[in-house]
Design a protein around this ligand. Structure first.
Ligand code: KG4
Ligand code: ZN
Length: 342
């Protein structure tokens, strides 16, 4: 069984083909990501109208390339999965319209995927999810801790109260005069600093597994404004900022895993590419005796493979969606309805 996955929720036009799921998860046959970073760098951030126009130009070439690289024909496919939200509505609508048109033209079942379940299922590519587990989703738009007892069963344990961690990285980068996309640039600057740095103050929300990153952003803004930072000073400021965000995410993830019964942790989303977060979370998990899983960094940032993986699992458990399927900018994460025989 081959599934085509389409992702256009933000500024990446992406498509991929996966086989399965089998005993070792889904097998990745191809993954094509057309990044719009260069296009938006000029504006210092994503311009939604510019993003939609580029998706329209790229969607069919990207889908064609994904099939070609997988050496798959349309007749080899069993389903088409597409991200239906949350995201930029003008971007989502391009992917959903393409997926629907292709499903009708090729007589294929259509499966709508929530962007966050896409990120979660990036850990099911050439690997399997273990249940129960706690998933930390840290991306540009989201910061969620989710307890999963089964495929497609999501219990949100905590979420950000303000900025998402990727957003915090991007805003911090802007304060430090770094180019868009800011996360990787800030991380690189932070990693160039010499010696250990203390984290900037981080929010403590006693009795809650929620996150908040607006305070650390204010602390960095004050630091940049009040001090004439030389090159090493900027690198140390970046490192102190990164340390604060990474610690918040790692500490909260460990707390969630311990409180839920000492469960394994899965860390996904663009910010899960961050080397310092990976090191901190791995060290803290080892201390607590908890397994921690990180997908390959290529699968952490937005891509079509994670959507195909989630869609392939969802199709097996909950069946296809109807052609009335719509997209929504603020879609909530919901557990899958179970097919009759479940
Ligand atoms: O998951 P993703 O590709 O898109 C969303 O769903 O939002 O995440 C993109 C976010 C951006 O904010 C980007 O700056 C951040 O992930 N990011 C990083 C790193 N790589 C990407 N943040 C910190 N360190 C990184 N190495
Ligand atoms: Zn994402």
């Amino acid at each position: 069984m081959l599934t085509l996955g389409i992702e256009t929720s933000c500024d990446e036009t992406a498509a991929a083909v996966v086989r399965g799921p089998g005993e070792a998860g889904v097998e990745l046959l191809s993954s094509v990501v057309a990044s719009q970073d260069d296009l938006h760098a000029h504006f210092g951030g994503i311009v939604p109208e510019v993003a939609s126009r580029r998706h329209i130009e790229m969607i069919m070439p990207v889908v064609g390339e994904a099939l070609q690289r997988a050496q798959a024909e349309w007749d080899d496919l069993s389903a088409i999965a597409v991200t239906v939200g949350p995201g930029l509505i003008g971007s989502l609508v391009v992917g959903v319209a393409a997926a629907k048109g292709l499903a009708i033209a090729r007589g294929l079942p259509l499966v709508g995927v929530h962007h966050l379940e896409g990120h979660i299922y990036s850990a099911a590519i050439d690997s399997t999810l273990t249940f129960p587990s706690v998933v930390l989703i840290a991306s540009g738009g989201h910061s969620h801790l989710v307890l999963m007892r089964e495929h497609g069963e999501y219990e949100v344990l905590g979420r950000t109260l303000d900025d998402a961690p990727g957003e915090a990285f991007d805003k911090g980068a802007r304060l430090l005069g770094l180019p868009y996309p800011g996360g990787p640039a800030l991380a690189e600057l932070a990693d160039s600093s010499a010696g250990r740095v203390d984290p900037l103050p981080r929010a403590r929300l006693p009795g809650s597994l929620d996150f908040s990153f607006s305070g650390v952003k204010t602390a960095l803004a004050r630091l940049v404004k009040e001090q004439e930072l030389d090159a090493e000073g900027r690198a140390r400021a970046a490192a102190a900022y990164q340390e604060s965000i990474a610690l918040s995410l790692a500490e909260r993830a460990i707390e969630a895993a311990e409180e839920s019964g000492y469960l394994p942790i899965v860390a996904v989303g663009g910010v899960a590419c961050n080397r310092r977060l990976r090191a901190l979370l791995a060290a803290k998990a080892e201390e607590a005796g908890l397994p921690v899983i990180f997908p390959d960094t290529k699968l952490c940032t937005d891509n079509g493979a994670m959507v195909a993986a989630a869609g392939a699992h969802k199709f097996g458990h909950a069946g296809a969606d109807s052609l009335d399927l719509d997209c929504a900018a603020n879609l909530q994460l919901r557990s899958w309805p179970r097919a009759e025989q479940d």
